[in-house]
Design a protein around this ligand. Structure first.
Ligand code: SAM
Length: 292
């Protein structure tokens, strides 16, 4: 199957479906492209998606479009401006282009709330007129027994016959938070949360105990490492709190340890890119029936 990985970032889609080898990725972020190119040999076009003309999409003749557009326009923090938000310009373009190019399958990933947005309303209306059937669901890695809270909206639009997303999940493995951690990271100074910050945000910090078998890490966002609260969890260590390392966040998203980070990217840049990515076990579970 020929796939277009739009808003490709570091390649969560390609990491989940490694059997899909005929992939072209597009994203505007050069750092994301650097990570992607270390891990996949697919062509990666650094481009503004809204500037790609209809003919470009025709030329790709892709059967499947993977679309994970910026989430902020669909969050309360981002003022829920939806399609009115300038960050939605590329999504708006794709909503118009799809009924002209007619790919067989389109998969969408976004934050919870997208299902109530003007964007999803327009997708259902405009793509519906073009002959698409749409199915959607909300799934969190915790539903698979995975110790990370990251509920997300997933949808599939299909031409001809209606394709259904999977809603029955098997526990992927008896995974515990401690399975994702490197105890030696407790000694790394750059991961420690300064006592001053810990005291200032004591009540708001999401903290998890690594040895507790029921510990679940909060959703890691692109702001992890920049904003102390509402961006992810901290681990309780013998000497205070520490952040999860980028590698630990990467494992919690379901990437394997052979996923390479380029040396030149800083810890903060990696947290940013990983926070934008997706939960691999969840997209395998939700889309696996269609993508195998
Ligand atoms: C939610 S992230 C998707 C990340 C991706 N699924 C992954 O696994 O890393 C959104 C991505 O869209 C990219 N992006 C935002 N606006 C764009 C635009 N107008 N054109 C191309 N890429 C854009 C960002 O650089 C970011 O990587």
């Amino acid at each position: 199957m020929k796939c277009l990985e739009l808003f490709a970032g570091i390649g969560g889609f390609s990491a989940a479906f490694r059997n899909q080898t005929n992939v072209t990725a597009v994203d505007i972020n050069e750092q994301a492209a650097r990570v992607y190119r270390c891990n996949f040999s697919h062509p990666y076009l650094i481009a503004e998606i809204s500037a790609l003309p209809e003919e470009w999409f025709h030329k790709q003749s892709a059967d499947l479009w993977w679309i994970s557009p910026p989430c902020t326009p669909f969050t309360r923090r981002g003022k829920s401006a939806g399609l009115e938000d300038p960050r939605s310009v590329a999504l708006k373009h794709l909503i118009e282009i799809v009924p002209k190019v007619l790919p067989s399958l389109i998969c969408i990933e976004n934050v919870v709330g997208f299902e109530r947005s003007d964007a999803f309303f327009r997708i259902c209306r405009e793509w519906g007129k073009g002959g698409y059937h749409v199915d959607w669901t909300i799934t969190c890695p915790t539903q698979l027994g995975w110790p990370n809270f990251r509920p997300r909206f997933y949808a599939i639009a299909s031409l001809e016959r209606k394709r259904r997303l999977s809603r029955t999940y098997e526990n992927v493995a008896p995974v515990r938070l401690s399975d994702f951690l490197d105890a030696s990271n407790d000694e790394i100074e750059s991961l420690r949360l300064a006592n001053r910050m810990a005291n200032q945000y004591e009540k708001a910090i999401d903290r998890v105990h690594p040895k507790n078998v029921d510990s679940i890490a909060a959703c890691f966002t692109a702001a992890y490492g920049k904003s102390v609260i509402r961006s992810g969890s901290y681990l309780v260590t013998e000497t205070g709190y520490r952040r999860f390392s980028p590698r630990e966040v990467c494992r919690l998203l379901g990437f394997s340890d052979d996923f390479v980070f380029p040396d030149e990217l800083s810890q903060r840049q990696l947290w940013h890119l990983l926070g934008n990515s997706l939960s691999i076990p969840v997209i395998r579970a939700v889309f696996g029936g269609v993508l195998g």
